[in-house]
Design a protein around this ligand. Structure first.
Ligand SMILES: *[C@@H]1O[C@H](CO)[C@@H](O)[C@H](O)[C@H]1NC(C)=O
Length: 430
């Protein structure tokens, strides 16, 4: 019956006259006609929204128009799980998560296995101990886990002296009513719950890097509008140009723009990396986890996007998951993972709620979204305001369809599914 419905829609010339039927068909699992026709359907749907509402989410007033600088691609697996998706070619981490989930672990436990493998291996020097020294030379840890079934989140931020970030995050989720613990209090909590510490999180390499940076006048750094501008602190506030100066286009205005542009000069692959991982377990439950030691030479106390739900990662079993990496200070202003993981048509859904369409229709749209478009849109929303930002997201829907999008750098993400002999790495060009 379902198949007949799909087939009749497929054969029908008036395909998109009835997008509701089509969306229902999609959500009932007829994926075989999906690619070509799905696109047509998605193009149609926005017409159901007032144009003013939908255009911003589509990246321009004229419908589907993506800037060339943002690329995404999408890969369809056969819709079976378990499945592991992770930022970057962190092969060992993905294998560890895969072994766990394949042997029957829950999505949460597998995500913890995967991310903590990266912490142990100090992936790229930006996960776990021994990397990304702050201005005082100290390494601190940000991590998060989120359960897409219960929507529970546990996270630690700027955690000192404890190397097991993602395990600490899981302890916050499982043994407290809280979501986020920070700083030394997070360390005390983690140790009281049995994690090893206090540990010196610095390494000879991180100290080396830090000493060189100090010798270089503490450049580059993350300060702006301070004096001294070109040497180590202590820093003092410099007069900040007022909004009026900016509209008059004075020199101070162009200085501010200069500061924004120079930001990108000290952001790169070796400076901003996060493992962000999504796992779908054998029951179809989804979890995400992240772990990072943050930005190198950050101002002590800085917390990036890593432990922020909706920014570095987000998950909802009913829809899918998202993971992000990049310039966290910028990305956390946009919550780029929220939209892909709750459904690309968020703005449209809001409208539909107000009108007389049923909730089920909105749900169908949520389920019918394309991960590729969701990932692209998340990146484009940031690029419109910060054309120089560096970042990437992956999105995976609950059926295992995954995609990535990036800006300012080439992004790679890793996948392990039932149909792969080992981890496969997908490359997304900026
Ligand atoms: C921590 O380890 C680093 C690198 O091995 C070392 O230089 C530093 O002195 C240590 N800090 C303390 C307080 O022991």
């Amino acid at each position: 019956m379902k198949l007949n419905l799909c087939r009749s829609i497929n054969n029908s010339k008036s395909l998109c006259k009835n997008p509701w039927e089509l969306m229902r068909c999609r959500t009932e699992g007829c994926r075989w006609w999906d690619w070509g026709l799905g696109i047509r359907c998605i193009i149609l749907l926005p017409r159901l929204c007032p144009s003013g509402r939908v255009s911003p989410a589509l990246g321009g007033g004229t419908g589907f128009h993506f800037r060339d600088s943002v690329l995404a691609h999408e890969v369809r697996t056969s819709g079976q799980y378990p499945l592991v998706v992770s930022t970057w070619p962190f092969l060992q981490a993905v294998r560890a998560a895969w072994r766990a989930v394949d042997s029957g672990f829950s999505a949460i436990d597998a995500v913890v296995e995967g991310c903590s493998t990266c912490e142990e291996l100090k992936c790229d020097g930006t996960v776990g101990p021994g990397g990304s020294p702050d201005e005082n030379g100290e390494t601190t840890i940000d991590a998060l886990v989120m359960d897409g079934t219960t929507m529970e989140v546990g996270a630690v931020a700027a955690m000192r002296y404890v190397k097991d970030g993602v395990r600490a995050a899981k302890l916050v989720m499982q043994h407290t009513e809280h979501t986020l613990l920070v700083g030394e209090k997070a360390s005390a909590f983690a140790m009281s719950m049995g994690l090893p510490g206090p540990t010196n999180l610095s390494s000879p390499e991180s100290m080396d890097k830090w000493i060189k940076w100090k010798k270089n006048g503490c450049q580059p750094n993350f300060w702006k509008n301070v004096l001294p501008a070109k040497s180590c602190g202590p820093y003092h506030p410099k007069d900040v140009p007022s909004a009026m100066d900016l509209t008059k286009g004075t020199c101070s205005g162009s200085n501010l723009l200069g500061a924004l542009a120079s930001r990108s000069s000290h952001i790169g692959l070796d400076n901003h990396d996060t493992i962000s991982m999504a796992v779908i377990d054998k029951k179809g439950h989804i979890a995400v986890g992240t772990s990072t030691n943050g930005a190198t030479f950050k101002i002590p106390g800085r917390v990036g996007d890593g432990p922020i739900a909706g920014s570095s990662a987000y998950v909802d079993d009913e829809v899918g998951a998202c993971g992000a990496t990049g310039d966290g200070d910028i990305m956390m202003r946009f919550l780029p993972c929220l939209m892909p993981a709750i459904g690309w048509f968020g703005s449209c859904s809001a409208y539909l709620h107000l009108s007389d369409f049923s909730y089920q229709v909105v749900e169908s749209m949520r389920l019918g979204m394309e991960p590729k478009l969701a990932a692209k849109d998340a990146i484009l929303r940031i690029a419109r305001k910060y054309p120089d930002f560096v970042g990437a997201v992956f999105a995976v829907d609950k059926n295992g369809v995954h995609a990535g999008a990036c800006h300012g750098w080439t992004f790679q993400y890793s996948v392990r599914s039932l149909y792969m002999n080992d981890v496969e790495v997908f490359t997304v060009l900026p």
